[in-house]
Design a protein around this ligand. Structure first.
Ligand code: PLP
Length: 374
């Protein structure tokens, strides 16, 4: 049986026509500084704990996993209490396969057709995709030229657009900028004044890079008790050196969590994922041990780039946005040719480098000196 050679026609949703799947290039080069991973692999003790936890989970894989995974949620709450000083119950924590899936749950529950999601650009490029995939309208407000967020602009935009979900990213990707509590409060206050079917807007503060914030920079977790419309999302992908495990989570009051439980797919978090995450959390101090070193290396990278007279955004993350280059693609390619992969992202002319080991950062600096002719 032969089919005539012609393009296969599919009933793809019109808004997906011509869309490419999201993702940075995954290239096999010696120095990977492009997706903000933690450069330090889990140590042998952590690997052994994870392996035995997975073996134990494997013996029960004929059964569906624990749908509500309160054990893992309790462990995450315990971790947050230590990390930020904010005590939450297991029921105030939610988790999914990466904070990407957590954010999809948020939009599936609170956005949707006829509703609006607001964020502030330049920011994480996945937000418009979550909005598209949940049939929500996406509006991007602006950040200032130094990448801070003007509280009055944010409040005004929220008043005008009446979103059901506002996403704040702090520290922001790809700029590294952390938001001061006063700005987060201004957004939360404006969101409380929103009227979407009689309800205020939910504000999600995406703290994927929270553990890298500089001393004295508070977490939005501290505002949870005060604001019923706040949710704070975190991930084990960055500071926890566990990007491959896919575990993101969110803290909020139980009414918000209960709405997320309605839209999650049945048994979305596998028994293996739950076991891996719990085993890793038991080793939080050692997994997070390198965060301090990465922050030191980050601050040193910022200082070095400034000495070379680059523009460098202030950063509370494990990456640095720097520039500006008349032809940033040429610089990105020049670094790649020297075995160093960074990310061509952010406003025109800027490049983003993730913080790696000291050796990797030396390779980055040596390559940049050559490419930029310093
Ligand atoms: C990396 C990142 C995440 C994490 O995504 P996971 O799905 O948890 O790996 C979330 N938000 C931002 C802004 C990020 O940069």
């Amino acid at each position: 049986m032969t089919t005539p050679a012609r393009a296969l026609r599919l009933p793809i949703r019109p808004e997906l026509a011509g869309e490419e799947p999201y993702g940075a290039p995954q290239l096999d080069v010696p120095v990977l500084l492009n997706v903000n991973e933690n450069p330090y692999a889990p140590g042998p003790e952590v690997v052994a704990s994870i392996a035995s936890a997975v073996a134990e989970a494997a013996s029960g894989l004929n059964r569906y996993p624990d749908r509500d995974f309160l054990g893992l949620r309790g462990d995450l709450a315990d971790y947050l209490a230590v990390e930020s000083g904010v005590r939450l119950s297991a029921e105030q924590v939610w988790a999914a396969n990466g904070s990407n899936e957590v954010m999809m749950h948020v939009l599936q529950a609170f956005a949707g057709p006829g509703r609006t999601v607001v964020s502030f650009a330049p920011t994480y490029s996945m937000y418009p995709e979550y909005a598209r995939d949940t049939h929500s309208r996406y509006i991007a407000g602006r950040r200032e030229t130094d990448f801070t967020l003007d509280a009055a602009h944010a409040a005004e935009l929220i008043r005008a657009e009446q979103p059901s979900v506002v996403i704040l990213t702090s520290p922001n990707n790809p700029t590294g900028t952390a938001l001061p509590p006063a700005t987060v409060r201004a957004v939360l206050d404006a969101a409380l004044e929103v009227d979407v079917d009689g309800a205020p807007a939910v504000v999600v503060v995406d703290e994927a890079y929270g553990e890298f914030r500089r001393d004295g920079v508070p977490s939005a977790l501290e505002l949870l008790a005060e604001y019923p419309n706040l949710a704070v999302s975190r991930t084990m992908s960055k500071a926890f050196a566990l990007a491959g495990a896919r575990l993101g989570y969110l803290a909020a009051r139980t009414e918000i969590i209960d709405a997320l439980r309605v839209v999650r797919l049945p048994y979305h978090l596998s028994a293996v994922t739950q076991a891996v995450a719990r085993a890793a959390l038991a080793h939080a101090p050692s997994l997070l041990g390198m965060v301090k070193e990465l922050r030191v290396e980050r601050d040193a990278t910022v200082a070095w780039l400034r000495e070379q007279k680059f523009d460098v955004a202030d950063t509370d993350s494990n990456f640095v946005l720097f520039g500006t280059f008349p032809d940033r693609h040429a610089v990105w390619q020049g670094l790649l040719d020297r075995g160093v992969l960074i990310r061509e992202t952010g406003p025109e002319g800027w490049l983003r480098v993730s913080i790696g080991t000291r050796e990797e950062m030396t390779a980055f600096k040596d390559a940049l000196v050559e490419v930029a002719g310093l």
